[in-house]
Design a protein around this ligand. Structure first.
Ligand SMILES: Cc1ncc(COP(=O)(O)O)c(C=O)c1O
Length: 400
C-alpha cells in the first residue's frame, strides 16, 4: 500500500469558504426542483457597467500579451483620473494593479509583515482575510464588535489592548462586509492616531466606498492627515462596477518603500489579467450615473431587508449604513444547522433561501452562532419573496 505524501501545515490550516461550503446542498435542492434565492454570496446581480462590456467587445488583440506588472498605462491613468475626481492625487508609482482586491490584500500583508507578525482587525470581517493571512503566514488578532452596536468601530482602549511587539498593522473595511457598518471620521481618526502612536500601518479595504446610504459618506483613510507613510488602500472593480469575474483590483500607498516591495511581488506573478484591465480602464473612465444608480438600488434593497427584519421577535439588527450586506442575529439555536436545513428540508411554495452562517466571519471560536449574513444581491421583488421564505423558515425550523 502506498503512503500518501503529506500536505503542508498551511494547506491544512486554510479554511473552506464558509460562504461556499453550503453550495452542494443548494445544488441538491435545485435538483429536487426547489428554487433557491441566493443571498449567500456578494455576487451582485446588477449588469456590469456597459462601458466595460463595450470595451471588452471591442478588444480584438492578435496576441493576448503579458502586460506591465504594475498594470497597463490605460488602467493606471484611468485610476489616477478616478481618484483625482474624489480629491486624491496619486502618481503612477503609487499604484499596483492586482488580480482583484484579493491579491491586493495578500500583497499588502506580505509586504508589511513577517511570518508570525500580527494584524489587528475588528471582527466579524470578510472571511477570506483568514485565507490571505494563512497564505501570508501572518496572524489576525480580532477585536469583537457586536450586532447590538451595529458593529461599531472599536474604541482606542480595545485596540491598544491588542497591540504587541508583533503588531504590524490594523485592517479596516468601511463600508464593511459582512456588517454594513460605515466608520465615521472620528473612527478613522482614532484608528489613524493609534497607528501613528504605535508605528503601525493601516490597511483600509475600501472596495464598497460608494455604497453608503441615508446621506452617510464613507471616509477614506486617505482623508486623514499624517497617514502618507502608513495608509495602504485596497480597491477593486468587482463590486463598484459589478465586474467580479474581471479580477481587477489595486493596492495604493504614498509610501514609496512599501510600493517598491509590492511591485516586486507583482513582478513575481508577472501581470494582472489583460482582459480584465480593458474592462476596468473603461469603467474608471466612465462618467455616467452607473455607480449612483447602483447605490440607490442597494439602498432600496437594504430597506426591504431591514424593514422585514425589524421588530421580529429575537432578531437583532441595526440598519446597515453601507455595502450590500445585512448581518442579523436571528432566533435559532445554531445558524450553521439552520442555513443547511433551509436547503435540505425546507421549502415554501417551491422556494427556499440560502444565506451565509455567521461563524465564518469571526476569528474567535464560538462567535457568530446566532448570526446570518444576508447579501442583498437580488431585486426588491425577489428579495421580498426571499424574506418571506427566511422569516417563515425561522418559524418552521424552531417548530420542527
Ligand atoms: C471587503 C472585501 N474586500 C475584498 C474583496 C475581494 O474582492 P475581489 O478580489 O473580487 O476584488 C471582497 C469580496 O467580496 C470584499 O467583500
Amino acid at each position: 500500500m502506498s503512503i500518501r505524501p503529506k500536505l503542508s501545515r498551511r494547506a491544512q490550516a486554510i479554511p473552506a469558504s464558509p460562504i461556499r461550503k453550503l453550495v452542494p446542498y443548494a445544488l441538491a435542492a435545485k435538483k429536487r426542483g426547489v428554487h433557491v434565492y441566493h443571498l449567500n454570496i456578494g455576487q451582485p446581480d446588477l449588469p456590469t457597467i456597459p462601458a466595460g462590456l463595450t470595451a471588452l467587445r471591442e478588444f480584438k488583440p492578435e496576441v493576448i500579451k503579458y502586460g506591465l506588472s504594475q498594470g497597463d498605462h490605460a488602467l493606471t491613468d484611468a485610476l489616477i483620473k478616478y481618484y483625482s475626481s474624489l480629491g486624491y492625487k496619486f502618481e503612477p508609482e503609487q499604484i499596483v494593479v492586482t488580480t482583484g482586491g484579493s491579491e491586493a490584500i495578500s500583497f499588502a500583508m506580505m509586504a508589511i509583515a513577517d511570518e508570525g507578525d500580527e494584524f489587528i482587525i475588528p471582527e466579524p470581517f470578510y472571511t477570506n482575510y483568514n485565507g490571505f493571512a494563512i497564505t501570508s503566514g501572518v496572524r489576525l488578532v480580532p477585536i469583537t464588535t457586536t450586532p447590538e452596536t451595529g458593529y461599531s468601530c472599536p474604541s482606542a482602549e480595545q485596540v491598544s489592548e491588542k497591540i504587541t511587539d508583533r503588531t504590524r498593522g490594523i485592517i479596516i473595511n468601511s463600508p464593511g462586509n459582512p456588517t454594513g457598518a460605515v466608520y465615521s471620521r472620528e473612527d478613522m481618526e482614532r484608528i489613524a492616531a493609534l497607528a501613528q502612536e504605535h508605528n503601525l500601518y493601516v490597511i483600509s479595504d475600501e472596495v464598497y466606498r460608494e455604497f453608503t446610504f441615508d446621506g452617510v459618506r464613507a471616509v477614506s483613510i486617505l482623508d486623514i492627515e499624517g497617514m502618507e507613510e502608513r495608509a495602504v488602500v485596497i480597491d477593486s472593480i468587482s463590486k463598484r462596477y459589478s465586474a467580479c469575474g474581471a479580477r481587477i483590483g489595486c493596492v495604493m500607498s504614498r509610501n514609496g518603500n512599501l510600493m517598491e516591495a509590492v511591485l516586486r511581488y507583482a513582478q513575481a506573478r508577472l501581470c494582472p489579467p489583460a482582459l480584465g484591465q480593458v474592462v476596468a480602464a473603461a469603467a474608471y473612465n466612465d462618467e455616467s450615473d452607473y455607480i449612483e444608480e447602483s447605490r440607490l438600488e442597494y439602498q432600496r434593497r437594504r430597506d426591504v431587508v431591514f424593514n422585514r427584519l425589524q421588530g421580529l421577535d429575537g432578531v437583532v439588527c441595526k440598519k446597515p449604513k453601507g455595502a450590500f450586506y445585512c448581518l442579523a442575529k436571528i432566533p435559532v439555536d445554531d445558524v450553521e444547522s439552520f442555513c443547511k436545513w433551509m436547503l435540505t428540508d425546507y421549502q415554501r411554495e417551491g422556494s427556499t433561501v440560502m444565506t451565509a452562517p455567521g461563524p465564518g466571519f469571526y476569528a474567535t471560536p464560538g462567535l457568530g452562532g446566532e448570526e446570518i449574513r444576508i447579501a442583498y444581491v437580488l431585486g426588491c421583488e425577489q428579495l421580498e419573496a426571499a424574506m418571506d421564505c427566511l422569516i417563515d423558515g425561522i418559524k418552521a425550523y424552531n417548530n420542527r
